[in-house]
Design a binder for this molecule. Structure first.
Ligand code: SF4
Length: 235
C-alpha cells in the first residue's frame, strides 16, 4: 500500500486556529515541506535533519492509530504538516470517509491534488512576504479549483507587519467570496515561555488595522493552542 511520511499523530485536542477553531480533532502531521518559512513553527516536520523522527505509514496504520486515540468514534481528522499536499493522502481520505471521519487539510497552496475534492475543509495559507518565500497565484488558483464547490475553503494568512497585511488584503481582493482569517504571526517559535502580553498586543494591532481599513468580511483570530499551551508539541 502507498506509504505516507508522518511526523506525528496526536489528539483528540481542539483545532487551535482558522475556520474550525475550537473543534475537537485528531492531528495527522505529515513530514516534509516544499517551503522553509522564516518563522516556521513546525520545523521538526519540515527540516530534513529531523527526518529520523518521521515514520512511513500506510493508510490503514494511520487510521488504526487515529481509532485508538478517538476511541473508535469518528471525528474530524486534521491533516497538517509540513505540507500534507505533497503526500499521497487520497486513499486514506477515502478509507476514513467510508468509516465516518471528516477531513480538514492545511497547506500553503503551493501543490494541488485531485483528492482535495474529497476534503470537508481546506485551509489555504499562502505565505506573506515576511516568510521570505515566493508566492504563485497560479498554484493557489489550482488548489482552489481542485477543491471544487463542496469543500469549505478558507484563506488563512499570518501577519507580522503592515507589509504582510497589505499583501493579505490583495489576496482577499482576488477572492472576495472565500472566507479569510488573519492571524498574528507567532514570532516566539523557539521560545519555551510565550509572552502572552506581546501576543495580545499583536492581536490588538491587527484588530485595529482591520477595522481602520474597513475589512468587515475578514475575521481576526488568535492561535488558541498557543494561548493555552505555548509552543508545546502534541496538544
Ligand atoms: S509552509 Fe508551513 S510547514 Fe512549511 S515551512 Fe512554511 S510554515 Fe513551515
Amino acid at each position: 500500500m502507498t506509504e505516507i511520511v508522518v511526523s506525528e499523530i496526536f489528539g483528540p485536542t481542539i483545532q487551535g486556529e482558522g475556520a474550525l477553531i475550537g473543534l475537537p480533532t485528531v492531528f495527522v502531521r505529515t513530514g516534509g515541506c516544499d517551503f522553509i518559512c522564516a518563522w516556521c513553527d513546525t520545523l521538526y516536520a519540515v527540516d530534513k535533519k529531523f527526518k529520523h523522527h518521521w515514520k512511513r505509514m500506510d493508510a490503514t496504520a494511520i487510521l488504526q492509530k487515529v481509532d485508538e486515540l478517538s476511541g473508535n468514534k469518528p471525528l474530524c481528522i486534521t491533516l497538517s504538516g509540513g505540507n500534507p499536499a505533497i503526500q499521497p493522502l487520497g486513499g486514506m481520505i477515502e478509507l476514513g470517509r467510508a468509516r465516518g471521519y471528516t477531513f480538514a487539510l492545511e497547506t500553503q497552496g503551493s501543490v494541488s491534488k485531485d483528492w482535495f475534492v474529497h476534503l470537508d475543509a481546506l485551509t489555504l495559507s499562502p505565505k506573506p512576504p515576511s516568510s521570505l518565500m515566493s508566492f504563485s497565484p497560479e498554484k493557489l488558483n489550482a488548489c482552489i479549483e481542485a477543491a471544487g464547490s463542496d469543500t469549505k475553503i478558507t484563506l488563512k494568512i499570518v501577519i507580522s507587519d503592515e507589509i504582510d497585511l497589505d499583501w493579505a488584503i490583495a489576496r482577499h481582493q482576488s477572492y472576495p467570496d472565500i472566507a479569510m482569517v488573519l492571524q498574528p504571526c507567532n514570532t516566539m517559535v523557539g521560545d519555551n515561555v510565550i509572552d502572552l502580553e506581546r501576543l495580545a498586543e499583536q492581536m490588538r494591532w491587527l484588530v485595529d488595522e482591520v477595522n481602520r481599513r474597513q475589512l468587515y468580511k475578514v475575521r481576526v483570530l488568535p492561535q488558541l493552542h498557543v494561548q493555552l499551551w505555548g509552543n508545546q508539541r502534541g496538544v
